[in-house]
Design a protein around this ligand. Structure first.
Ligand code: TYD
Length: 208
């Protein structure tokens, strides 16, 4: 694989999607071949699975079923989009990946965390080169998430405590994995972009 794989992570409404777009623009301006994509979804079939996951009642799936659906969407996305792009030398930016499953579905459940790690190893087989975790205030992020007019609020409906715990789980994850970097997302959009850029340019050995 000759490309480079960057993932953006963070709680709902943390601003990852805006930052992913800014990062894509910056890298393209430097002449890089970039593909911006997202999970769950990214390609047609996986977007269909996305609808099942982000809409409807919070208790519509058990945590195991939900985990399997996320991995079905991920495998399809990987085959159809991520791997071909990496193999053609592109820089892939993905808005969420397996770390989201560990944080949102795995939570503190050891057997689920083991299942996710095994599925990742057996059915996905790749890890990002670099993961940027945007750390933002859970209350502000949740308000932002709930203000959106879409019907994709299944996870936001789990409430503030869930988002606070998710933030802590991201922080714990980052402590143990070298590719993960926590970025303060409480400043303005441009300020956060500069913080992200410092890490990305450093890792890609580009001009800061
Ligand atoms: P996303 O589109 O990134 O929503 P947002 O822009 O609000 O962050 O993700 C949709 C939801 O899916 C989000 O609430 C997090 C959840 N999710 C998981 O629970 N597990 C996963 O593996 C992924 C990829 C997303």
């Amino acid at each position: 694989m000759s490309g480079y794989f960057i993932t953006l992570e963070g709680i709902d409404g943390s601003g990852k999607t805006t930052q992913a777009i800014l990062l894509e623009k910056k890298l393209k301006n430097l002449g890089k071949k970039v593909l911006l994509t997202r999970e769950p979804g990214g390609v047609k079939g996986a977007e269909k699975i996305r609808d099942l996951l982000v809409q409807g009642d919070t208790d519509r799936w058990s945590q195991v079923t939900e985990t399997l659906l996320f991995f079905a969407a991920r495998r399809h996305h990987l085959e159809k989009c991520i791997l071909p792009s990496l193999n053609s030398g592109k820089l892939v930016i993905c808005d969420r990946f397996t770390d989201s499953t560990l944080v949102y579905q795995g939570r503190k459940n050891v057997s689920l965390i083991n299942l996710i790690k095994k599925l990742s190893e057996l059915a996905i087989g790749i890890e990002p080169d670099l993961t940027l975790i945007i750390n933002a205030d859970p209350q502000k992020s949740l308000n932002r998430g709930l203000k959106r007019t879409s019907n994709e609020t299944r996870f936001e409906m789990l409430g503030l405590k869930f988002q606070e715990e998710a933030k802590l789980r991201y922080e714990a994850l980052a402590k143990n994995i070298d590719r993960c970097h926590i970025v303060d997302g409480n400043g303005g959009i441009e300020e956060t972009h500069q913080l992200l850029w410092k890490i990305v340019s450093n890792n890609l050995r580009l001009q800061p």
